[in-house]
Write a protein that binds this ligand. Sequence first.
Ligand SMILES: Cc1ncc(COP(=O)(O)O)c(C=O)c1O
Length: 384
Amino acid sequence: MTQKAPFRARAEIDLAALRANVRALRARAPRAAVMAVVKSDAYGHGMVPCAKAALDAGAAWLGTATPEEALALRAAGIRSRVLCWLWTPGGPWREAIEADLDVSVSDMWALREATDAARDAGRRARVQLKADTGLGRGGCQPADWAALVAAARAAEEAGTVRVTGLWSHFACADEPGHPSIAAQLAVFRDLVAYAEKEGIEPEVRHIANSPATLTLPESHFDLVRTGIAVYGISPSPELGSSADFGLRPVMTLKAAVALVKHVPAGHGVSYGHHYVTDRETTLGLVPVGYADGIPRHASGRGPVLVGGAWRRVAGRVAMDQFVVDLGPDGAEEVGAGAEAVLFGPGDRGEPSAEDWAEAADTIAYEIVTRIGTRVPRVYIDDEQ
Ligand SMILES: Cc1ncc(COP(=O)(O)O)c(C=O)c1O
């Protein structure tokens, strides 16, 4: 029996699973507070419902990349601490300060813009100083740290800033034992100690992302910034599966089979005819494509549960659809409207986001985050 799906496609978001994941992360980091990272629409899961569920489960902080994302949380009525870290010159500093957001600063220009905005707003900016301890991406280089700390202290004295955090980000936390991990931790400890010696009294010091939260207790400090694990996905299959960490995938991506038809042997399938039927068979049309975030790179490989069995994408993923070969007897098992499950927690034998990541030669982060806006998110909450 195949289930019928009365919709083209949908991403079911299991908020009870999300809350359980946050509780599991709190148990992993018992001495630290948990920040749920909800940037990029909560990794594709829908920012506001996921943020609220994470807070319900005891996350104390939310994290976003852009200030616009953080302001959207405030517009939705969320009052928790929120850190936003990806700023560009001319950004909405004043709005952020008035909304009581924590803003990250890695450079003098940013501190200047924050202090100017604080003066205009007539209130202190909550500023977190970000150090580049070795990632080589955002953050202040150790050589420039003393000057940034001195300027931040001066701004504290002038009443425009309160330095609420000192923080950094790992490069290789998903590779336990990688020498950069211990090196980054040592630099972080030194830079924190220096700032504190200079009179900074941060509320939170933090460096751990999901992999560090799960595998590296000495990196937890006051706060862990967890993203992918909140959504129930292991940061890396090499580290362990979701289940190994007591996590449950939150997103299930489904589509309704749009067409089932018999074709003869030797029939080319989809653009470029990269798949040709080797026998008389049945094709099923799955109405999602790269416009919905299904990676074209998974052409010929991506797995889908249809009619109780895994099928592989036959030929190319197109913008709005792809095809699976259901076999000669496929039409007996699968009709139009049958449910095709691309990925989920695996309860019914469906593939995982990691399986799609492998098929597309990427990481599961990208698979869930890129699911497009044309796919409605449907929130399921069995606890309520
Ligand atoms: C600065 C920062 N902190 C934390 C995270 C969360 O990382 P993860 O999803 O691996 O937990 C991210 C995500 O990339 C990030 O950019």
